[in-house]
Write a protein that binds this ligand. Structure first.
Ligand code: G1P
Length: 294
């Protein structure tokens, strides 16, 4: 089964960012800077590289800077042009999303990831879509979602980017129960959100990149109507995904690359170092400073 083109992506960006207070008191956590770009821009660029044309942000109060960031800033363009700052101008143009391609919808209450994706239902319609959690950034040669879209072209259905985690950490992630594996693809027969290490069916965890078929929206709607709460008292995306197992192709995808959890202070610092070291323009200087420090 080959997959219908994935044109739309949902970015759940309603979270409060309490772990980064006071930095996130008046600024969304998705605007935290990883080297020289806000986190959200990495997710948007990853989506764009995978062929995504429409970007749907699920926001909450105080997230207006996200809207401004992807807007056109004509005054700034004129100033940079007048000063001959072409490199800065080019960098700025990459932040733009054309009119009619960026949509915002609010998650009015923090009821969980499943609820957040459900909030985007009217903008999604009846076609496959991607979900990207911007807290997780992936350092890789080929952007993670692009790798997934390539694999999806052959197998279709639903696909979750996965990686192995230490067993003691399974209670932080959605975990797969795998029927069989073929190269990078794992056929999924079960999914559990944040199982205790002793109850986890495997150590293969969902990293926060999804390709989903539109049927998930009905399952999410059922759970929202029933107020079906799962792990952490939240309406979970993982719980709704269970309803698609056995009905549509469903794969875990072992991508190439390394994930960094920028929702966590240490992970965020580690990501800054790793991304700086991956940049030819910064690598040598950053390495020199790091060697002095440690
Ligand atoms: C969410 C998902 C979980 C996934 C994780 C990846 O959990 O529910 O399945 O493994 O993202 O970061 P959260 O971290 O929002 O609690």
């Amino acid at each position: 089964m080959s997959g219908q083109k994935v044109r739309k992506a949902v970015f759940p960006v309603a979270g409060l960012g309490t772990r980064f207070l006071p930095a996130t008191k008046a600024m969304p956590k998705e605007m935290l800077t990883l080297v020289d770009k806000p986190l959200i821009q990495y997710a948007v660029e990853e989506a764009r590289a995978a062929g995504i044309e429409e970007f749907i942000f699920v926001t909450s109060k105080g997230k207006d800077p996200l809207e401004d960031h992807f807007d056109m800033h004509s005054d700034l363009y004129r100033t940079l042009e007048a000063r001959g700052k072409t490199a800065e101008l080019e960098a700025l143009k990459k932040t733009e999303i054309p009119s009619g391609k960026l949509f915002f919808t609010r998650q009015r209450e923090p009821l969980g990831l499943g609820h957040a994706v459900w909030c985007a239902r009217s903008a999604l319609g009846n076609e496959p879509f991607a979900v990207l959690l911007p807290d997780v950034v992936v350092l890789s040669k080929t952007p993670c979602l692009e790798q997934m879209v390539d694999a999806y072209k052959t197998v279709g259905g639903n696909m979750l980017a996965v990686e192995d985690v230490p067993r003691e950490d399974t209670n932080k992630y959605g975990i797969l129960d795998v029927a069989s594996e073929n190269g990078k693809l794992a056929v999924v027969k079960g999914l559990v959100e944040k199982p205790k290490p002793e109850a986890a069916p495997s150590t293969l965890s969902i990293i926060g990149r999804y390709i989903l078929q539109p049927e998930i929206l009905q399952l999410l709607d059922n759970n929202v109507q029933k107020n079906a709460r799962g792990a952490g008292g939240e309406i979970q995306l993982t719980d709704a995904l269970v309803g698609l197992l056995g009905k549509q192709p469903f794969h875990g995808f072992r991508f190439e690359g390394k994930t960094y959890d920028c929702g966590d202070k240490v992970g965020f610092i580690e990501a800054n170092v790793a991304f700086a070291l991956s940049r030819p323009d910064l690598q040598a200087d950053v390495l020199k400073k790091l060697k002095k420090l440690v």
